[in-house]
Design a protein around this ligand. Sequence first.
Ligand code: ITT
Length: 202
Amino acid sequence: MNLEILLATSNNHKLEEFRRILAPHGITLYGMSDLNMPPLDVDENGDSYFKNAQIKLLALRKLTSLPILADDSGLELEAFPNLLGLHTSRYASQFKDQKEANESIIKLYENNFALKRDATFKCALCFSLNEGDLRYFDGKMPGFIAKNATYERGFGYDPIFISKEKSLCVASLKNEEKDAISHRGKACKKLLTYLKIKGLIK
Ligand code: ITT
């Protein structure tokens, strides 16, 4: 039994993570370029991660009859509640590259020992089997902002995020270790349970 799904994202790191999480369950995930679709061009102006995931998904719903999955995710900083969150990817776009964005976050905490370093990665998934069908799943990963960045694996803000569960930087975890505890991995677990109940995967 094989289920084919189109992933509504322009972020290849997300595509890679979803593929490694979903492939063992008999799911073939297509990126938009696999279907010769141009990159997503949508205004992510929803007031929640779920709404933004839905916006990405609905931009493609009329273009394919395949089931579609969309992810909206972000990093929330307890000490700076309005800085990232829904604007997480926009925040990085004002810097030369992601590394510079990561360093800017580390600097926020330097010399300010009173600031709480608590942070949470959040992921909202929107899934549509066909037109008219929309389901939502979410996951989160609690942790802390690191004092120094670690560049080994992962992407985005992984190098500056310490997982509470593992007490290690997420960028130093093996792929399967990240997927077992990550916001995306946890949301995918809920999606997989739903797909099993629907009889779409074993
Ligand atoms: P799409 O909208 O095309 O899916 P995007 O990268 O813009 O791609 P988001 O709007 O959901 O996606 O932005 C989420 C940002 O949060 C993303 O660009 C990363 O910088 C960061 N992020 C999300 N999940 C992450 C993870 O597992 N590890 C590190 N950073 C992550």
